[in-house]
Design a protein around this ligand. Structure first.
Ligand code: PLP
Length: 467
């Protein structure tokens, strides 16, 4: 391609990389930004300029302009990639936004052991090697009533590990109504295949009876598996077999029962005016041999998979070589212990574990927050309205449940909701809202302390940038 004279002239005028670097080093203290970042940013800024010249644009190519571009690159590079966001969606356990927020008590445990040696796998009584589960096993057993417990990296791992231990080469009987797909390619039939178990489906999508399990049981049967339909509900003409019924049949036929609760909870939500979710305690009391559940869904702790059950089965699971590949990290373990300790007093748990606090939050509290938010936005040339809408628990839990919430609809004159959603998302920190009926909406249920001021700042900037 033949370059025009103006293009050649612009390319010649462009400062050299050394000039640019000298200017950057003079401006930015060496301890603030590593040299490698300065160099890469200078190169990228020049490259961007050259590209725009080649494309026929006529950018200003003086040192100041290239420096501005380089500074933008530096800012981006020095900003952490994983960053906090303001969750205004009202979805409490938002998988894409990090699921559960840790309680202060959980964070304290991370701090206490994160930069110090710990007794992670060291038995202080004997001076010999210990098990990492010891930190939480007693607590989990105390809260759930189970005989034995262990924890792994996440619940998907827990399910895989249990199936691999219990049904490799044997049949696992599952109701057709419970062949769940959780987001991110976790599907019961696929996990079964990976674990080397043979899936034997029984019943129909809407109705499965005890006789279906009974008729399907043979010498090849290694497990009755129940899976909580976490992210969908079958309504209408339905019937499912309870854990207790399966346990009774299992005792008779010598088949263990596993219950994957998914978003397991220790709290009976019906005590808080919400629909009852099956609790871990209920499943244990019903006699399930193995119960698996997530640490970061309704439990409100760090990402982890908790397995409770009989000593015999937990011991077999611990010996499975997969356990090593799925083991829980020490920081996670610390946070889990901090979270679990709160469950000894349910009132404390509901107050201090953010997930529980937000799910049990009453509509009146969202109303008060909504009016605080509207108050904070009063001075801005924007329209706000209080809207009676619903928030969701999210995270593949309580799929039918809508939590009545007072939300705030925000309108900027001459700006569409989609455009507003985008600029709010590009704010630092990003503010994530949702759009309903072409209105940009923020739900106070998932806002944290200080978020209202951040939202007001973000909107003030947007207004200012447009004037
Ligand atoms: C969410 C869920 C899982 C996977 O748990 P993660 O903690 O996300 O790994 C497995 N089974 C059920 C029923 C679930 O709801």
């Amino acid at each position: 391609m033949e370059l025009r004279d103006t293009q050649k002239q612009l390319l010649r005028t462009l400062p050299g990389v050394d000039t640019l670097l000298d200017a950057l080093t003079a401006e930015i203290p060496a301890e603030k930004v590593p040299r490698s970042v300065l160099t890469a940013s200078a190169r990228e800024a020049l490259e961007a300029m050259r590209r725009s010249i080649f494309n026929g644009q006529e950018p200003t190519v003086d040192l100041a302009s290239v420096l501005t571009l380089a500074h933008q690159r530096i800012d981006t590079k020095m900003h952490p990639n994983l960053t906090r966001v303001v969750n205004g969606t009202g979805v409490v356990v938002h998988t894409n936004l990090g699921r559960s927020l840790l309680a202060d008590e959980a964070l304290e445990r991370i701090k206490a052991v994160g930069n110090r040696y710990s007794n992670l796998e060291f038995n202080l009584a004997t001076g010999k090697r210990g098990l990492r589960y010891t930190a939480v096993e007693d607590l989990i057993c105390e809260i759930s009533g189970a005989e034995s417990a262990m924890v792994v990296n996440n619940n998907a791992g827990a399910v895989l590990l249990c199936l691999d231990t219990l049904v490799r080469g044997k049949e696992a009987i599952v109701s057709r109504g419970e062949l769940v797909e959780i987001g991110g390619a976790f599907r019961i039939p696929d996990v079964m295949a990976k674990s080397g178990g043979i899936l034997k489906e029984v019943g129909t999508t809407n109705r499965t009876h005890l006789r279906d399990y009974e008729n399907a049981t043979t010498d090849e049967t290694g497990l009755f598996l129940k899976v909580h339909t976490s992210n969908y509900a079958i309504v209408g003409f339905t019937s499912a077999v309870s854990v207790a019924e399966l346990v009774a049949l299992g005792k008779e036929r010598g088949v263990p029962v596993m219950d994957d609760l998914g978003s397991g909870t220790f709290v009976n939500f019906s005590h808080y005016g919400l629909p009852a979710e099956p609790t871990v305690q209920q499943s244990v009391a019903a006699g399930a041999d193995i119960v698996t559940f997530s640490g970061d869904k309704l439990l409100g702790g760090p990402q982890s998979g908790i397995i409770v059950g009989s000593k015999k089965h937990i011991e077999a699971i611990r010996k499975n070589p997969l356990t090593r590949a799925l083991r829980i990290d020490k920081l996670t373990l610390a946070a889990l212990e901090g979270t679990l300790r709160l469950y000894r007093d349910e009132a404390q748990a509901v107050k201090k574990i953010p997930t529980l606090r937000m799910i049990t939050m009453k509509r009146e509290e969202t109303e008060a927050q909504a009016s605080d938010l509207m108050e904070a936005l009063k001075g801005l040339p924007i329209t706000t309205e209080a809207l009676a809408l619903a928030s969701r628990p999210g995270g593949g839990s309580l799929p039918m449940l809508e939590l009545p919430s007072c939300c705030v609809g925000i309108t900027l004159p001459g700006m569409e909701a989609g455009a507003l959603e985008k600029v709010m998302r590009k704010n630092d920190p990003p503010v994530i809202g949702r759009i309903e009926n072409e209105t940009y909406i923020l739900d106070p249920r998932t806002l944290q302390v200080g978020d209202i001021a951040l939202i007001a700042d973000a909107l003030a900037h947007i207004v200012e940038a447009r004037s």
